[in-house]
Ligand binder design. Structure first.
Ligand SMILES: [Zn+2]
Length: 263
């Protein structure tokens, strides 16, 4: 396991990529599929969604959201016609995807089909990208999903539906709200192991990424990484539901397996 926290320890495999005004984060390591996290930079949406809002569930103009999605997909080497998205209901259902489209009622998508772009959206919730031999998955994990074990459910689903044993699965936790910005009540803390509690400035906070990482480890994952970026702190980079009091855009975690990875 490698746990990477914060900018000083972010490895060089996490790259900031730019194409004109468009900025995204790309995790680049040998044998990995395309693993991308969007930022809010480089889109066409006006305030309060400025600018690369990828969420159709917001009150932003859907034509702008589609343009933003097309820009990111093009940059990531994906195709809008092969995009798969999840309904994201803060549950633990994992959907096996063999075709593009919107898959309602689930919080994780997995596929063994090259070229399908799996995207999960968030604005504080963690996008978690998984990959192993011949298969990939994308997971949306807010505190409810994390508490109920959505990341582990995705690992088990990979093992059940593809040749990926849990020990072969690698995971990457993307930008999400961090303990620095996430004081929570006792009803939330009670759902998590004390090792995911962080006491600071007289309040107890949740370390969501750590809770997800522990769920991955319990599920047999030996190697997981955390990009360490905070959606709430980094106003110029990310959307944050909590910081912006619900009126904000959505960023994506995106994974695309290419033919070479599938083979
Ligand atoms: Zn923060």
């Amino acid at each position: 396991m490698t746990v990477l926290r914060g900018a000083p320890s972010v490895p060089r495999v996490l790259r900031v990529r730019m194409d004109g005004a468009l900025v995204w984060l790309s995790w680049e390591s040998a044998g990995a599929p395309r693993l991308v996290f969007s930022t809010r930079r480089g889109g066409v949406s006006p305030p309060p969604y400025q600018s690369l809002n990828l969420g159709l569930s917001t009150r932003d103009d859907p034509t702008r959201v589609e343009e933003n999605r097309a820009r990111l997909l093009k940059a990531a080497g994906g195709e809008a016609a092969r995009l798969a998205t999840a309904g994201q209901v803060h549950g633990t259902d994992v959907r096996v995807v063999t075709a593009a489209g919107h898959h309602s009622g689930c919080d994780a998508l997995l596929t063994d089909r090259p070229g399908i772009a799996l995207a999960v959206s968030g604005a504080d919730c963690a996008p978690v990208l998984l990959w192993g031999p011949g298969a990939v998955a994308a997971v949306h994990a807010g505190w409810r999903g994390a508490a109920d074990g959505i990341a582990g459910a995705a690992v088990r689903s990979l093992a059940a539906h593809t040749p990926c044993a849990p020990a072969e699965v690698r995971a990457l936790i993307g930008p999400c709200i961090r303990a620095c910005c996430y004081p929570v009540g006792p009803e939330v803390l009670a759902r998590f192991d004390a090792s995911a509690h962080v006491v600071r400035d007289g309040t107890t906070r949740l370390d969501l990424a750590r809770a997800i990482g522990m769920d991955l480890e319990r599920s047999g994952v030996r190697e997981w990484h955390d990009v360490g970026r905070c959606t709430s702190c980094e106003v110029e980079w990310f959307y944050s539901h909590r910081r912006d009091r619900g009126v904000t855009g959505r960023q994506w975690g995106l994974v695309i397996m290419d033919q070479a990875h599938a083979a």
